[in-house]
Design a protein around this ligand. Structure first.
Ligand code: ZN
Length: 382
C-alpha cells in the first residue's frame, strides 16, 4: 500500500482536493473531545469541509480501547461515510485506523481480528490522517495501538497505512509545552529505537537518522514555543514514523506501555524514561546476549553512529546527556517520584510488557536486567 503525503505549513488545504478526488459528500471526522476545538484544529479545518455533511466521533479516551472503537464502528455502519478523516494526537489517529479497518471486515468479532490479523481481508474506507501533536508518527505507520483490558496490542496490516498523511505544523502551534515535550521525546525515541532495531534496513536507518538530526538541535527551542522548531519537529515525527513503519520499536517502548497504564505517565515521557539506559546496555553487552543476527560488530557500529549524531564520546555521555535534556524540558526522570518503588511495582510492569517489541531489541532483556533498571540503577549511567 502506498501513501500520499502532504508536508509543510498550510498543507491542510489539500483536504479539499482529497475530498474532491473521492467525490466525498459525507465525512466521518475522528477527533479528540476538547482538543479539537482548543488546539485550533476545528477552525483550521472547517473552511475545507463547507458543503459536506460532517459526522464527528470523539467519544473515546486516550490510549484507544477496543470497546471505544466499537462505538465508532457502529457509527460507520449507521452513517456510511464516504471518507474518514482523523485529526488529533496519536490516539485519535490510531482510533481512526481501528474503526476504518475493523468496520470493513467480514469477521465482526473485533477482538478476534486484533488477536489474529489474518482475519483482515479487506481495505477500509479512504482514510486521511492529520496529526496535531508532532510525535507518534502514527500517520506514517501500518499499525494501530489498541488496549484490551489494559493490555496493549498492535494491530498491523498494510491496509492500515493511511491513504493520506497531512503534516501541517500550523496545527501544532497551540499545543501546550508539556505535551510538546512528551511528543518530541516520543519521536526522538522512536527514531533511535528504529535505528538500533533488529529489523533495521538501510532505508529505515536513513529515515531514522534524518529524524534524529532534525530533532536534536530544536528540542529546547521547541519547549520555548518556537514556531520554526515546531515545523521541523512535525516533519521529523513523520520521518520517525516512516522508520518504525519498517522496523517497529524496541525495549524502551515495550517497557513503557505498563508505565503509561499503571503509573499515569504520558506515552512520550514513559518511552524516554529508560531510553538513555539502553545506550549503555547496547554498547556494553557481549556477543552472547546480542539478538541481532548481524552480531556485535554491527551493533557497535550502530551505537557509534548514534554517539556521533548526539555529539557524545561514549554511551555514558549519551546517557547523561539524555537525562539532562529530559530535565531541561521539564520531564521527571526520578522513577521513585513517578511511583515505581517496590518489587511489586516491577512485577506489575514485567507482567504487562509487550514481548513482541522486546524481541525486537538488539540485546536480550532479562527479568534481572529489568529489575535492576527499574529499581537499582535507574539513576546512574554507569
Ligand atoms: Zn511511541
Amino acid at each position: 500500500m502506498s501513501q500520499q503525503a502532504f508536508i509543510g505549513p498550510g498543507s491542510l488545504e489539500h483536504v479539499k482536493e482529497i475530498l474532491g478526488s473521492h467525490q466525498a459528500k459525507k465525512i466521518l471526522l475522528v477527533t479528540g473531545k476538547k482538543s479539537y476545538i482548543e488546539s485550533g484544529a476545528k477552525d483550521a479545518l472547517d473552511p475545507y469541509l463547507e458543503g459536506s455533511e460532517v459526522i464527528r466521533f470523539s467519544d473515546f479516551t486516550p490510549n484507544p480501547k477496543l470497546e471505544d472503537a466499537q462505538a465508532g464502528i457502529s457509527l460507520i455502519d449507521e452513517v456510511q461515510p464516504d471518507i474518514v478523516i482523523a485529526i488529533g494526537g496519536g490516539s485519535v489517529i490510531d482510533m481512526g485506523k481501528l474503526i476504518v479497518i475493523l468496520s470493513a471486515q467480514v469477521e465482526k468479532n473485533t477482538e478476534e481480528i486484533v488477536l489474529n490479523q489474518d482475519l483482515v481481508r479487506t481495505k477500509g474506507l479512504p482514510f486521511v490522517a492529520v496529526p496535531t501533536t508532532a510525535g507518534t508518527g502514527s500517520e506514517a505507520t501500518h499499525f494501530a495501538v489498541v488496549y484490551i483490558e489494559n493490555v496493549k496490542y498492535s494491530l498491523a496490516h498494510d491496509f492500515i497505512l493511511p491513504d493520506y498523511a497531512i503534516v501541517d505544523a500550523l496545527l501544532t502551534h497551540k499545543v501546550p509545552s508539556p505535551i510538546i515535550a512528551s511528543c518530541s521525546m516520543d519521536a526522538l525515541t522512536q527514531a533511535i529505537e528504529s535505528y538500533w532495531s533488529v529489523g533495521s534496513t538501510e532505508e529505515s536507518k536513513a529515515y531514522a537518522s534524518r529524524a534524529i538530526r532534525m530533532v536534536l538541535p530544536v528540542l529546547k527551542s521547541l519547549h520555548g514555543g518556537d514556531r520554526r522548531a515546531k515545523e521541523i519537529m512535525a516533519e521529523a515525527a513523520y520521518l520517525a514514523g516512516k522508520a518504525i513503519n519498517i522496523t517497529k520499536t524496541t525495549a524502551a517502548h515495550a517497557i513503557s506501555y505498563p508505565i503509561t497504564t499503571y503509573f499515569d505517565v504520558p506515552h512520550g515521557h514513559a518511552v524516554a524514561l529508560l531510553l538513555g539506559k539502553f545506550f549503555v546496555i547496547h554498547a556494553e553487552t557481549g556477543e552472547e546476549d546480542i539478538t541481532d543476527k548481524r552480531g556485535k560488530a554491527h551493533l557497535s557500529e550502530v551505537m557509534s553512529d548514534l554517539f556521533s549524531m548526539f555529539g557524545c564520546d561514549n554511551a555514558q555521555d549519551c546517557c547523561k546527556q539524555w537525562y539532562k535534556t529530559m530535565d531541561e524540558i521539564g520531564l521527571q526522570t526520578d522513577l521513585q517520584i513517578i511511583g515505581i518503588k517496590t518489587d511489586t511495582d516491577v512485577q506489575l510492569i514485567e507482567s504487562k510488557i509487550s514481548l513482541e517489541r522486546l524481541n525486537n531489541n538488539p540485546v536480550k532483556v532479562s527479568p534481572k536486567m529489568l529489575h535492576d533498571l527499574l529499581l537499582v540503577s535507574w539513576n546512574s549511567c554507569s
